[in-house]
Design a protein around this ligand. Structure first.
Ligand code: EPU
Length: 311
């Protein structure tokens, strides 16, 4: 794809917003790793997003919806096609009440912690266990983010999604096919908005639970370092972090990627890490866990993009 082609797209679909060409994904991921995306689009409104979506599908250009890149590893060759960023869509609005429940309508680009703080201020219970999880509401729903026994699916009523031909459709939570850290939402379905159902509670009780969860997270996880959260899923009944730790991998490194010495299921970018080294370290760690315990670890982070010959 060339710069001229990108300018043509802006004109042809009357794009409103910001569109960049060959944008380094290392600027848009918490790991600070990732080669360039052909197109990086930040539509300003849903109508513009709809026209772009339609154009990309008709012209067979792949699209990749991006939250805030906190649970992905983008390979060194970057992302083919168009990355769509939802940062213009960040509204949280009341959507009614029903006895002891309050409903919120939340745009998918809303930072998850803004939702958590909003609920805390209002005294709404249900998302305080998500304290400290980075990323957007859309990304959290796509991957069914959770911690401390809380999962976002448990407070979700429905989502508005843009599918083929830019059509917007409401899908109920029970039809989304949620599982442990996953949903049935296709990568080509764009999540626009979600309706959430939260329980009205005492403000100081929600607040106290929030503080405890955040404190526990700060003590156990290196949340101040560049990472993508937990690298592997927890196998049935056994925490991956414990297995990696007991297999002797804490502190192991390849290039600038290291297994955290605080929590072994976090890999840290110490500076100039590349995706190829990250993937090599994943293989090395999974290999050690497999040979020590006979357990196969599965990635929790999503690995996306194209190789650039290094990996
Ligand atoms: N442990 C070790 N060594 C380590 C790390 C952990 O021995 O290096 C032990 C701990 O001592 C504890 C057990 O492993 O006994 C479990 O550790 P922890 O309580 O930290 O929870 P976890 O199972 O590792 C899960 C989620 C986290 C979530 C926390 C809190 C997964 C893969 N991990 O971690 O989610 O924040 O519970 O609820 O489901 C994420 O999804 O990115 C993530 C970090």
């Amino acid at each position: 794809m060339t710069g001229q082609q990108v300018r043509d797209i802006v004109t042809d679909c009357q794009f409103e917003g910001d569109m960049k060409f060959m944008e380094p994904m290392s600027r848009h991921t918490s790991l600070k790793i990732g080669g360039p995306s052909d197109i990086f689009a930040i539509p300003e409104n849903f109508a513009s997003l709809g026209r772009l979506h339609d154009y990309l599908q008709k012209n067979d250009i792949a699209l990749f919806p991006l939250g805030s890149g906190t649970n992905i590893l983008v390979k060194d060759g970057g992302i083919q096609g168009a990355v769509i960023c939802f940062s213009s869509f960040r509204k949280i609005e009341p959507a009614g009440e029903d006895g002891e429940y309050a409903y919120l309508s939340v745009d998918s680009g809303t930072v998850l912690q803004r939702l958590v703080m909003h609920s805390r201020e209002q005294g709404y219970a249900g998302v305080e266990g998500l304290a400290g999880i980075p990323g957007t509401v859309g990304g959290a729903i796509w991957g069914n983010a959770g911690s401390f026994g809380y999962e976002i699916k448990d407070v979700l009523v429905s989502v508005d999604m843009m599918g083929a031909e830019g059509r917007i459709q409401k899908v109920r939570a029970e039809d989304i096919g949620f599982g442990y850290r996953k949903s049935g939402i296709l990568p080509t379905d764009l999540l626009l908005r979600a309706e959430l159902k939260l329980r009205k509670d005492k403000r100081d009780e929600v607040s106290a639970r929030f503080e405890n969860f955040l404190k526990a997270k700060r003590e156990k996880q290196p949340i101040w370092e560049s990472s993508a959260g937990c690298v592997f899923k927890n196998p049935e009944g056994l925490p991956a972090g414990k297995l990696i730790d007991e297999a002797g991998c804490k502190g192991m490194s390849i290039g600038d990627v290291a297994v955290s010495t605080i929590h072994a299921n976090f890999f840290i970018n110490r500076g100039k890490a590349c995706a190829a080294d990250f993937i090599r370290l994943m293989h090395e760690v999974a290999g050690r866990v497999s040979s020590t315990f006979g357990i196969t670890l599965e990635p929790e982070i999503k690995i996306v993009g194209r190789d650039n010959g290094n990996g």
